[in-house]
Design a protein around this ligand. Structure first.
Ligand SMILES: NC(=O)c1ccc[n+]([C@@H]2O[C@H](COP(=O)([O-])OP(=O)(O)OC[C@H]3O[C@@H](n4cnc5c(N)ncnc54)[C@H](O)[C@@H]3O)[C@@H](O)[C@H]2O)c1
Length: 265
């Protein structure tokens, strides 16, 4: 991050920070010396993330935010501005998975997946761009898409559609920011399998646990074609976010960083 070279404490907002990739990313930015705003629907859980940052010597604050509610974004950005006068980095990690055959999928399920994964990313990006412009026109927005936005997964059409849309949305905003004269970079990260509660909550994962006899066995069955035959740790995705937020990536915008152990190759 810029903080390392210029002595500025970056103000970083991470959504989905109560769990998985968002939580690991919030912790990584905290360890890197950022002021981290940890946002999630689940306040008690995200308070734990903020406490964890504090106990490791960093500064973290919890914010309750439903990414689909524009008023929540307005309140969150206003609170961040009042406290720190700036927003340097936004990581949109809040998201849900969904598996259902197309012929059976209720319209409300489709809408819910698109609302959280795509509308949430739109709203966060919109309010971050506004905030970054207000503070001088620079910053980094990192949207967590997925390998499922690049390579189709049967039975996950809503999820794949939402994640592909996040990639093109992010690229369009990246170009719009360039045209506007901003130094706001917008990028995606596309992980494949990452060990998080998202998987462990899915019914088919529980079937694999039964078949293999353990959670580790279920992950090993799913990851047999990936590098080292394993899923990524959430902390490995957090490292990609740190890179995209850093000066090392100051010429990187409008791209997707694939961190997938070779899954899409
Ligand atoms: N785990 C994977 O294998 C994987 C792979 C590729 C992409 N991703 C993406 O990474 C992101 C994080 O996934 P994860 O695996 O860490 O999942 P996770 O379930 O561990 O964490 C998701 C977090 O998002 C929060 N959330 C859900 N709806 C919300 C809302 N409306 N407002 C605010 N917060 C909300 C949840 O409370 C939860 O804390 C998601 O966008 C997911 O699609 C995950």
């Amino acid at each position: 991050m810029r903080q390392a070279t210029e002595g500025i404490q970056q103000s970083v907002l991470v959504t989905g920070a109560a769990s998985g990739i968002g939580q690991a990313t919030a912790l990584a930015f905290g360890q890197a010396g950022a002021l981290v705003w940890c946002a999630d629907l689940r306040l008690e859980k995200v308070e734990e993330t903020a406490r964890h940052i504090a106990t490791s010597g960093g500064t973290g604050h919890a914010i309750q935010l439903d990414v689909t509610a524009e008023t929540d974004w307005e309140k969150a950005v206003e609170a961040i501005f009042q406290a720190s006068g700036r927003l340097d980095v936004l990581v949109n990690s809040a998201g849900i998975s969904h598996a259902a055959p197309i012929a059976e999928m209720p319209l409300e399920d489709w809408r819910r997946v698109l609302a959280i994964n795509l509308d949430g990313t739109f709203l966060g990006t919109k309010h971050a761009v506004r905030a970054m412009r207000q503070a001088g026109g620079s910053g980094a927005i990192i949207n967590i898409s997925s390998a499922s936005g690049l390579k189709a997964a049967p039975g996950a059409s809503a999820y794949c559609a939402s994640k592909a849309a996040v990639i093109m949305f992010s690229q369009a905003v990246a170009k719009e920011c360039i045209a506007h004269g901003d130094r706001i970079r917008v990028n995606c990260i596309c992980p494949a399998g990452v060990k998080t509660p998202m998987w462990e909550s899915m019914p088919f994962f529980q079937e694999l646990v039964t078949q293999s006899g353990s959670v580790a066995g279920a992950y090993a069955m799913l990851a047999k074609d990936a590098l080292e035959g394993r899923f990524a740790e959430a902390a490995e995705i957090a490292q990609a976010a740190l890179y995209l937020a850093s000066d090392a990536a100051k010429y990187v915008t409008g791209t997707e960083l694939v961190v997938d152990g070779g899954f899409t190759a």
